[in-house]
Design a protein around this ligand. Structure first.
Ligand code: ADP
Length: 444
């Protein structure tokens, strides 16, 4: 400030001195001093203009090079600008992060303004409700989602509970079940959260079907059993008759026992970690075991009339659970016996695969399976031939168990079948679970 005053006084003095030097009248000397002051004012105004123009540019760079007090003003303004730029960059980064998180959400997030127009909306909300996240921004919500349940919910203002709607099917995508709820905030704004619950609903339906199926499967033998118990209690039967009834009752009790055992096995397979790779089981031993069981089963249901043979087995070992592998292998072989008519041919074996790993296979000359049934065979209680399954003691859970065991061992189940010719079931295990048999370590 003092420097500017000195500058003003100097200009005034110079103006006066010039007039004095020219030996002008006193009034003109005062005029000369005034002219000096005016010149200084014009210069100062010019500096103010440069400073103002730079301020208006709104950028820290390009600051004018001004002397004295002006330079301090420029410096301070420049610092302020730099601070502002830093804060703006930080705020922008924060905002971008929020937008990215908002977009990454698997749940739909949407904001409606007081006129029910879409103000903000992420991709999930647009996908779930069937509109375009960019194009439809600013549109009226009720023009985009016309489901009457949704429209009356939107208008009701009662958002205490969520509602569920079925969204439109879009290109190549089936309709989805969507749960949504509004959360009002601010002056007239509403936050809408949406969630795709299609899978949950399907799981619920499967659970209900499963419970209904289990109840049905248990009720059938139980009804037969209680019928026999009533007969035994109500009638005076001969010893032979009683024996016959007791045998039939035993069959039904065994059927229930097998069913409960299969259910327990399934729940164990689902509820325990997959078998590790520390235990190695001999494939030839497993094969011998299941083929023996299959012959016994054939003796029981077809007087041993099946031609059952195991193909020569490579001397390999498999990493996994002995009981699980045995159960999967035996299920496939017992199915072959149960569904192949008497006299049919059944073959089973292990072979190494050219791409690594090994494959267990069972082929039969049974009735074969229509192609439309094949993808559903591993569903619980799915049966193509209901009566044959029951007659031969099937629970409808065998292939579901096989599928679980195979998946737990990192493998795949493949089914090939030709109606009237027979079927081949294959279990493929990955190379990591197969090795050549290790020679026994003999201690000296
Ligand atoms: P189940 O206890 O009824 O045999 P599974 O899950 O083992 O149940 O098999 C499902 C269905 O697949 C069977 O009911 C049967 O209709 C069909 N199936 C399985 N194996 C064979 C086979 N080798 N030949 C023909 N049909 C078969």
């Amino acid at each position: 400030m003092i420097r500017r005053l000195i500058e003003l006084l100097s200009c005034t003095a110079i103006g006066g001195s010039v007039a004095l030097g020219l030996e002008l009248a006193p009034a003109q000397i005062i005029g000369g001093a005034g002219t000096g002051a005016m010149l200084w004012l014009a210069l100062d105004h010019h500096r103010l203009g440069r400073y103002r123009d730079w301020l208006r540019s709104g950028q820290a760079s390009g600051a004018p090079d001004l002397p004295d007090d002006w330079s301090e003003l420029v410096e301070r303004s420049q610092k302020g600008y730099k601070l502002l730029e830093r804060e703006t960059t930080k705020a922008e980064a924060r905002q971008q992060q929020m937008v990215a998180a908002f977009q990454a959400s698997p749940h739909g997030v949407l904001v409606l303004d007081s006129a029910e127009r879409i103000a903000i909306c992420n991709q999930s909300a647009a996908d779930q409700l069937g509109f375009n996240a960019e194009r439809d921004l600013g549109q009226h919500m009720s023009n985009l989602v016309r489901d009457p349940v949704f429209v009356s919910y939107l208008r009701s203002g009662d958002y205490l509970n969520p509602i569920e709607i079925t969204s439109r099917a879009s290109a190549g995508r089936p309709p989805r079940r969507i749960s949504l709820q509004f959360h009002p905030y601010g002056p007239g704004n509403r936050l809408l959260l949406t969630r795709d619950i299609t899978r949950e609903e399907m799981a619920d339906t499967m659970r209900r079907d499963f419970v209904a199926n289990v109840s049905h499967e248990i009720r059938t033998p139980l009804t037969v059993l209680s019928g026999f118990v009533e007969t035994l209690l109500s009638y005076d039967l001969s010893v032979e008759e009683r024996e016959r009834y007791l045998l039939l009752m035993n069959q039904q009790a065994q059927r229930m026992k097998t069913l409960v055992n299969d259910l327990l096995l399934l729940s164990r397979l689902e509820g325990t970690p997959a078998p590790g790779r520390t235990e190695w089981e001999s494939a030839p031993e497993l094969l011998e075991h299941v083929v023996e069981d299959a012959r016994e089963l054939s003796n029981l249901i077809a007087e041993g009339s099946h031609d059952i043979e195991a193909e020569p087995c490579p001397d390999i070992e498999l990493a996994g659970s002995y009981t699980e592998l045995l159960s999967a292998m035996s299920n496939l072989l017992s199915n072959a016996v149960r569904y192949t008519p008497a006299g049919g041919k059944i073959r089973a074996g292990w072979q190494l695969l050219p791409q690594g790993g090994a494959q267990y296979w069972v082929s039969d000359t049974g009735p074969g399976i229509e192609p439309e049934h094949v993808p559903r065979l591993t569903e619980r209680f799915y049966r193509v031939d209901r009566s044959r399954s029951r007659e031969t003691g099937g629970t409808g859970l065998g292939l579901a168990i096989v599928k679980h065991v195979v998946q737990r061992h990192g493998g795949q189940l493949r089914i090939d079948s030709v109606v009237g010719q027979g079927s081949t079931f294959r279990i493929e295990l990955p190379a990591s679970r197969v090795r050549l048999a290790q020679p026994e370590l003999v201690s000296a």
